[in-house]
Design a protein. Sequence first.
Lengths: 303, 272
Amino acid sequence: MASAANPIEAVQMRRNRWLSLPAVLFIAAFGIGPLILMLIYSFLKAAPYGGVEWSFTTDAYVYFLFQRDIFDDTLQFAPDFLIIYLRSFVFALITTAVCLLLGFPTAYFMATRPPAQRNWWVLLITIPFWSNLLVRTLAIMFIIRDQGLLNGFLIWIGIIDTPITLLYTDFAIVIGLLYSYLPFMVLPLYSSLEKFDFRLVEAGFDLYATRRQVLWRIIIPLARPGIIAGCLLVFIPALGAYVTPLILGGGKHLMIGDLIAQQFGSGRNWPLGSAQAFILMAAVLVALLFYVRNTSGKVQHGR
Amino acid sequence: MAASTTLKHRDVRDQPGFGTMACICLIVLYAPILILMIWSLNSGSIVTHWEGVSLAWYGVALQNEEFHSAARNTLIISVSATFFSTVMATMAAIGMTRVKPWRGLGTSFMVINLPLMVPEIITAVATLSFFALLAGQLNLNFGIGNIIIAHTVFCIPFAYMPIRARLEDMDLTLENAAADLYATPWQAFRRVTFPLLVPGILSGMALAFIVSFDDFTITQLIAGPGQTTLPLYIWNQIRRPMTPEINAISTLLLLVSILFVSVSFLIARRRK
């Protein structure tokens, strides 16, 4: 910060704060406003053809777990939605774990290259990061479908005689998620490892540590903030994934994202969709809180 | 003893197998994209059968009227969203770095970054509800403007990040010197801060443009009839019997992303 030596500068430095107003107000109105509206919607009655009726009810949250019996009007436990949430959670966890297994060595390898080479690696990982998710998912679909290259290849080398169905399965969704979010793991890991002080590794070797010990007892503990950031950047979008299950799951293998979209489309139950969205939002907030608690108040290396 | 001599010959930082993993990562990331691109050159009309190299399907795609209108919509939306978000993000970045710390600073920072933390599908359905309410209760419908507003919201944090980073890296002595030499705040900004900020603004613009250009989820939920963008056009094509035309259009979209990322990368590299 500049020292505000003369009074004009001091006034200017204070006045500048108003410059942030347009962006903050715009996001408050069109980003936060809709979220609050949705919270309200989740406590309203569903109108028969989509939209809402303005009367208070907690039905949406009740129907998240229960179903009303059409004969005797009692509530019965119906875990259908809960199962989809658990499935999504498991898919997101698997995706995060595999991305970490692949991403950590990659990021570490990138960080130990000479600076000129490093830049090219970063560019190569950044390109898929910013490429169209729909198109990348489509590319996976081309490869794994029945007449796709993967089956063609497996038949050609003689492992199988008839194509194995990969598309529209849970396996396809996990592969798609992995492919979509791998760069989201590598980049934060890299930026944390890039600042790593490698003299610590030398010190470790001087004290007779093996390569493995250096990795597990020095590098990984110090890269923890990057690891947590990368895991969150993969886990959160994977949990709320919409495009991947839509294309690779074929509408039958749902995840939370498709479930929510369905309530606003063919399901015509906006309050239920809003409630489902808020339950997802709550899960994301828990993940973010976990991040804040794990990264603040402790020694952060390389910052 | 043998172990320690081999250690000396290798880089101490090396970990066995990590290079192989990095190469696997690259192959995994690029093989599907490259295969998609290669198949866009197929001259046959069946997506699964290779007949020969030709650019025929690019011709088909480029002459398609629906493709034209989708491309037009996409450009209108992403150029407008890029413009509005970059202007607001630049102002906000200055207002949050060239300022005496004030009480709302932390909150403002959180608000600006909020769109990055909310899962896209939630933003999409919330925005849909919001515009439905505006249309239903107040009879307000901005047409394609609805999509521009929604895109601007999530473009702001992407434009904001590189601009703020640039402002934080900048040497303040130049700005102070300008003030000492009786430049008005506006002159100091116009003649000193802004020229130095241009690379940050350019890479912010590039990022905002890409995220708007590529957006599918939010656009799909809020777009009305006649507001098809390129990603929506691709989605409509998937649901019909597919021809290599879809590969051609997908390749064009990928090339746009690659171009913008590379430009943004080169700008960032030149300043070092």
